[in-house]
Design a protein around this ligand. Structure first.
Ligand code: HEC
Length: 482
């Protein structure tokens, strides 16, 4: 062969054949260039120069329904129900859609338009609201909790615990916090301050913990772990483990860790773990993933937990069948726990959590798989709790919190809901277990990972990309006239 190739003529022939073969292949796959595909299928609504028309601009750096390639692919392939964006599932192949997305991304780059900063003011049905940037320059901030009205703790998924004191982000992260596995969706997750913090000083952290004695050194098993510790100056001290999963339950997947931490009026601690990408584990009571758990704050197990005494179940489990719960909040009046979980495509859920109940994943869901496949024929089944609300299409529902305090009296006990993909904060009016109304109060400021009503009654919004914390306060009540 070498001999062959050394001969110049043979070499040229070889190259010519290769080029021809490549061209035929390429031509077979893409008979029409991406721009032509766009002009034929999309320009009538989105404009010949992508500037918008009957539908929005595709070069304004705002992706209302998700900015990643996979979100955009899904939006084009399956359409956006309720917004008259048609589905191109049967008209275009995945390859063609990907070519169009490449064309959109190139156009966005050459347009030079960047995402605008968050608005300084927003108008809702009830209030004109001031929006301030409380902290910025964070990487992927994940959770927020308050030690005092002017003192917040914020986790960053990279593993840093940060303090915001009197409106300023302290320059250095807290030292001595646990080592986290920052890979995929894992890292330092939630932070929660003990309800009796002023007496006992405890602060709780949830994070992705890797097994030191790895079965696979290159890819250790991981699971969500909870610790508590105290803050001394800018140091994490006196750490105790409050929840650790059985070693054999650790998984090599890197997604769906959960995790939120909340306390109910009786002082119980609730936390959530996602199914880690293994759907059927959510139905398996011997596994910690795909569940909401309840423990005492020192890590001991309440005697009246629903599965105590069963040797086929972990005694910390409170509910199961929960796909990836990244929102937990306790109702200020009823003391009941509400939960949000990321569903598959079109199956994001809001649930009222009750002991021992099965919330269905992956047996029953309103959603479809990302490849469009049906998961369950019916979204209801005897013995399985139906959500109080589901979002179809999925908004990528994340952190939640109830509105308390006196700053927003018209919204007292309403539920704030954050959404990553749709970049939204929604406000839900809930009566009993029914959602009466929902309003989008903030849109397109960034991916919302967490929301919180602070001890001062202001609303706090934790944004991933840009890594920011916003503070929302009312300017005036719009029902009261000018
Ligand atoms: C019949 C009109 C129509 C056609 C044709 C159409 N779209 Fe849309 N598209 C919409 C509407 C309406 C929306 C929703 C947003 C809005 O309010 O404008 C939308 C939304 C989108 C979004 C989501 C944008 C975001 O902010 O997240 C993308 C991406 C998109 N379209 C791409 C395409 C592509 C690519 C094509 C061609 C293959 C196409 N659309 C064809 C009407 C259309």
């Amino acid at each position: 062969m070498l001999q062959f190739m050394k001969s110049n003529r043979m070499y040229l022939l070889f190259v010519a054949i290769a080029v021809c073969a490549f061209r035929t292949l390429f031509a077979a796959e893409s008979p029409v260039p991406a721009e032509a595909l766009y002009q034929t299928n999309c320009a009538s609504c989105h404009g010949a120069k992508l500037e918008g028309g009957n539908a929005q601009s595709l070069v304004d750096a705002i992706w209302q329904f998700g900015s990643s390639r996979s979100h955009i692919l899904r939006n084009i392939k399956y359409g956006i129900a309720d917004f008259s964006m048609p589905a191109f599932e049967s008209a275009l192949s995945d390859d063609q859609i990907n070519q169009i997305i490449g064309f959109l991304f190139d156009a966005e780059k050459t347009s030079g338009v960047t995402k605008p900063p968050p608005p300084e003011k927003i108008y809702t049905l009830d209030y004109e609201i001031r929006v301030e940037i409380l902290a910025q320059g964070l990487d992927v901030p994940w959770g927020i909790s308050f030690l005092a009205p002017n003192h917040a703790l914020v986790t960053d998924r990279s593993g840093e615990l940060r303090q915001i004191v009197s409106g300023a982000l302290l320059p250095h992260p807290v030292s001595g916090t646990p080592k986290v596995l920052h890979e995929g969706q894992g890292g330092l997750l939630d932070v929660a301050v003990d309800p009796e913090y002023t007496e006992n000083g405890w602060i709780y952290l949830a994070y992705s913990h890797a097994l030191p004695d790895a079965r696979n050194e290159n890819r250790p098993g991981a699971m969500t772990r909870l610790v508590r510790g105290r803050l001394k100056d800018n140091q994490w001290v006196e750490e105790q483990i409050v929840f650790e999963a059985p070693k054999e339950s650790y998984l090599e997947t890197r997604q769906h860790y959960g995790c939120r931490i909340v306390f109910d009026p009786n002082g119980y601690l609730y936390f959530s773990i996602g199914e880690r990408g293994v759907g059927n584990h959510a139905q398996d009571l011997s596994r910690p993933n795909g569940k909401v758990h309840r423990i005492h704050r020192d890590g001991s197990i309440p005697a009246d937990n629903p599965f105590v005494g069963r040797n086929d179940a972990l005694s910390t489990i409170f509910t199961y069948g929960n796909r990836n719960p990244q929102g937990l909040a306790v109702h200020p009046v009823t003391g009941k726990v509400w939960e949000t979980e990321h569903g598959p495509m079109g199956g994001d859920e809001l649930n009222l959590i009750a002991p021992g109940k099965n919330y269905g994943w992956p047996v029953v869901t309103y959603g479809r798989n990302y490849d469009g496949a049906i998961i369950s024929d019916s979204p209801n089944k005897a013995g399985i709790e139906s959500p109080s609300l589901y979002w179809k299409p999925s908004i990528a529902v994340c952190g939640i919190d109830f509105v308390r305090g006196s700053l927003f009296p018209r919204w007292r006990n309403y539920l704030l809901v954050g959404a990553l993909k749709y970049e939204e904060v929604r406000l839900l009016d809930i009566k009993g277990n029914r959602v009466l109304h929902q309003e989008i109060i903030l849109k397109n400021a960034g991916r919302v990972r967490d929301v919180a009503c602070g001890p001062d009654g202001a609303l706090y919004v934790v944004l991933n990309g840009p890594g920011m914390v916003l503070r929302l306060t009312p300017v005036r009540d719009l029902n009261e006239g000018p």
